[in-house]
Design a binder for this molecule. Structure first.
Ligand SMILES: Nc1ncnc2c1ncn2[C@@H]1O[C@H](COP(=O)(O)OP(=O)(O)OP(=O)(O)O)[C@@H](O)[C@H]1O
Ligand SMILES: [Mg+2]
Length: 386
């Protein structure tokens, strides 16, 4: 049957659609949806129930009923009676007087009286995941076919919102799981192997102490050194885990924190020279990229260089552009990568520098040290404000 919408109805639905896209939380979206459904169908009350994995109502959002009234009613519906018809049989309901329907289970004490009812199941991929219903049509005895069509449409939007929110939750928990597995694997392959080796050495020490006490000293020294290495590894691992940020509002401060953390974790002599004004020349994504580059360069210094001194410089002007340099006096390495040792770190540094149009210099001499410089040309930075 053809249903006619007035221009005003359509505008209302379009506005509702736009309003929904501005909401991110599922609760917020459902709240808007019940409000729109109630207004569009001219009902006094509206509600959406969402079923949880166990088939029971896990979320119940209402419109037209005050918080006090809701508190008086008590527990959210159990999904029996007429709600059960919507939830379990997947049928729509349109009744002039719900109390007269034999399937009605009646209301709990303190529930406001309700007469006419319009309810639709909320269905996603063939499964009922909730329902959307309205009661007490204003200005008429009962809801009509047009109301039903509108509410069905909004029910489809609710289904999409619920599914999206569930998928997002699943993705987040998958990412968490993967992260946990990665940490477990890293601990197993790294720290635990070293600690295990130390334990074996100490067992040896216990065996040889009686027959050759002078040898024990060397074994103990080696074990102590290995344990110190483990402590260093764990520290730099924690440092890696912590510093995953997606925004840097204060790059000079963030660089100082990285430097401080390196100083505390490695006891290196860390020099920082940061030009506060240089940060004002950067866009947010440039600041973030430079932060990540500094972070990885310093990670590498901590992990590989065995340096005694490291210096970090961050400076710039609108005429010169912006430069970040990290320099250490450690072991250095073969930058031609003949040994094929490039890990993710250096590759990411190169990718980030290229993506932001910066010049990257990696200068390393075995036995002398390593210097990494990222230069963002003047053309790529903002002019100084003021
Ligand atoms: N400052 C440094 N001093 C000495 N060697 C370095 C320095 N920076 C990098 N290297 C050498 O270059 C190699 C590649 O570094 P890269 O950051 O790409 O990988 P990684 O640090 O080994 O692993 P990842 O960063 O993926 O965790 C290192 O394994 C190390 O041998
Ligand atoms: Mg690295």
């Amino acid at each position: 049957m053809v249903t006619s919408y007035t221009a005003e109805d359509i505008r209302g639905l379009v506005d509702a659609g736009i309003a929904l896209t501005s909401e991110l939380s599922l609760d917020g979206i459902l709240l808007k949806l019940v409000d729109v459904a109630r207004t569009q169908a001219g009902a006094r009350y509206a509600a959406i129930s969402v079923l949880g994995d166990n088939g029971e109502i896990s979320q119940f959002v209402t419109s037209g009923i005050s918080d006090e009234e809701r508190a008086k009613i008590g527990h959210i519906p159990y999904g029996k009676g007429l709600l059960g018809v919507l939830l379990h049989e997947g049928a729509s309901l349109r009744l002039a007087d719900l109390a007269k329907d034999p399937r009605s289970g009646g209301f709990p004490p303190n529930h406001p009286p309700m007469k006419s009812l319009l309810g639709v199941p909320v269905v996603s991929r063939g499964r009922i995941i909730g329902n959307l219903y309205l009661t007490d049509k204003q200005q008429a005895e009962a809801f009509d076919e047009r109301d039903e069509e509108t509410v069905r449409l909004l029910g489809t939007q609710a289904a999409a919102a619920i599914e999206t929110s569930r998928l997002r939750e699943q993705l987040e928990s998958l990412a968490r799981l993967q992260e946990r597995e990665r940490i477990a694997m890293d601990l197993h392959d790294g720290v635990i192997q070293t600690v295990y080796a130390v334990a074996l050495h100490l067992e040896d020490a216990a065996d040889i102490v009686a027959r050759s006490p002078q040898e024990v000293g060397a074994v103990l020294d080696q074990s102590i050194e290995n344990l110190h290495q483990v402590i260093k590894d764990i520290r730099s691992y924690i440092f890696d885990l912590r510093a995953q940020v997606s925004e840097v509002s204060d790059l000079p401060g963030a660089i100082r924190e990285l430097a401080e953390s390196l100083r505390v974790n490695t006891l290196m002599d860390v020099h920082v020279s940061v030009d506060e004004r240089a940060a004002g020349l950067l866009e947010q994504d440039q600041a973030l990229a430079l932060f990540h580059i500094a972070q990885e360069a310093l990670n590498n210094v901590g992990k590989h260089s065995h340096a005694t001194t490291v210096s970090i410089t961050f400076e710039g002007s609108s005429a010169q552009g912006v430069a970040l340099a990290v320099e250490d006096n450690g072991a250095g390495f073969d930058t031609s990568n003949r040994a094929g040792r490039e890990g993710h770190g250096l590759r990411n540094i190169k990718d980030r520098a290229r993506a932001m149009g910066a010049k990257l210099t990696i200068d390393s001499k075995p036995g002398i040290g390593t210097r990494i410089i990222v230069q963002l040309p003047a053309a790529r930075v903002k002019g100084l404000a003021g």
